[in-house]
Ligand binder design. Structure first.
Ligand code: DQA
Length: 152
């Protein structure tokens, strides 16, 4: 399965950005976490990674994924999660199974209630939040399971 790991604004320096909230590991650790979690099944997934700080750039990349027949999307939309009807509209029509991910548990950040709302969540098959980089690996594993079940 081809799975796109898509990161939105301020996620280009994960590992360096506020490590007390987002952890000190970089995105380059995700493939190793996927292997650790999935063992030999990790061979069934081809991951591609893309990050952009721009909302339009995320939509362009999602459209490209649709054009290229990508099977699943792991999506951390960063702060656009909480604001972007445009991203929600895009996910609504491309209908590629998408898992929303967050490094932090956005619902536990009660000092910032705006973060507890997601525009894209209702367009996703599920959400993984709060496990740092492991959130991404758990999302890949969940997509693999979903896509495998669909095939049979
Ligand atoms: C985030 C949570 C968002 O609220 C924030 O704007 C981010 C990162 C996370 O992964 O925890 O940029 O999506």
């Amino acid at each position: 399965f081809d799975i796109l790991v898509l990161n939105g604004p301020n996620l280009g320096y994960i590992g360096k950005r506020q490590p007390e909230i987002y952890g000190s590991q970089g995105m380059d650790q995700v493939p190793a976490l996927v292997r650790e979690l999935m063992g030999e099944k990790a061979g069934d997934v081809r991951l591609s990674f893309f990050q952009t700080n721009s909302e339009g750039g995320l939509i362009d990349r999602l459209e490209q994924a649709w054009n290229h027949g990508v099977h699943g999307i792991v999506f951390n939309a960063g702060a656009y999660t909480h604001t972007s009807l445009a991203l929600a509209d895009c996910l609504a029509w491309i209908t590629i199974p998408c898992v929303e991910v967050h490094l932090s548990n956005i619902w536990a950040r009660t000092d910032e209630p705006l973060r507890q709302r997601s525009y894209i969540g209702s367009r996703c098959v599920g959400v993984v939040a709060g496990f740092g980089l492991l959130s991404y690996a758990l999302a890949v594993q969940s997509l693999w399971r979903l896509l495998s079940d669909k095939q049979t």
